[in-house]
Design a binder for this molecule. Sequence first.
Ligand SMILES: CC(C)(COP(=O)(O)OP(=O)(O)OC[C@H]1O[C@@H](n2cnc3c(N)ncnc32)[C@H](O)[C@@H]1OP(=O)(O)O)[C@@H](O)C(=O)NCCC(=O)NCCS
Length: 215
Amino acid sequence: MKTTPTTTLWECSEGQGGARAAIELLDRIKWEKYAREIMRIEEESYEPARRDSRQFFARTIRAPRGVSLVSLRGEQVVGFAFAGPLELFPEVQGAQTDPEWGKFSTLYSADVTVAAPYRGQGIGFQLKKRQTEQARALGYRFVAGRNRVALASAMMRITAAFGAYQVQYFDNGYGSGVEPGGSVYYHIDLDPGAGVGPGAGRDSRERQPWQKPNR
Ligand SMILES: CC(C)(COP(=O)(O)OP(=O)(O)OC[C@H]1O[C@@H](n2cnc3c(N)ncnc32)[C@H](O)[C@@H]1OP(=O)(O)O)[C@@H](O)C(=O)NCCC(=O)NCCS
């Protein structure tokens, strides 16, 4: 008899603040199960300009080589992360001008969100960690994404912890007209020792957060 492979990527019995949480791969069946709760957290967490739609998430779930994750406390959704191949997101500012566009080398991190009552307990960090691990396992070379500078400082600290560096900058990346609207488009090099690409080289462990590596 076939057994269903486990999709739990991380489990903590006692996180900071006493939270128990797990991170699981989000497939189509789990998406249907948790979509309503995910959309509620999305709407509570973002102003309209940064909010992703249910259709956008569903498309990301269906994509081959996607990496979508849900963090659960029991049956309750406490966070999620959606990512897919860069080429799935031609409408995203920076995607088509990304130097890796068209190479199918890059996982684009579209959304990482933790529900407000559960923030500051390490769940966002763990979602990013599992996302980068899955990206590497699927053969991607980079993880890319955008952080809105004034409103995503916690996320910028997390991405910096994984070696993120700025590839592009947009003055009003979300087009909402709400100031400040600047956003940083970043890369995380998943194989900085490979000897090719912007993350290569001896300085990758020495540079400051967000500093582009030497070529
Ligand atoms: C951004 C967001 C996802 C972060 O999630 P979170 O669960 O609150 O974040 P964490 O608790 O994992 O991280 C908080 C801090 O702990 C650090 N941290 C957590 N676990 C860590 C670990 N194991 N090792 C090192 N650092 C760790 C993080 O780097 C971060 O640093 P800080 O204390 O200087 O802020 C969450 O705040 C959120 O959903 N915000 C609203 C939506 C949003 O802005 N999303 C980003 C859009 S780009």
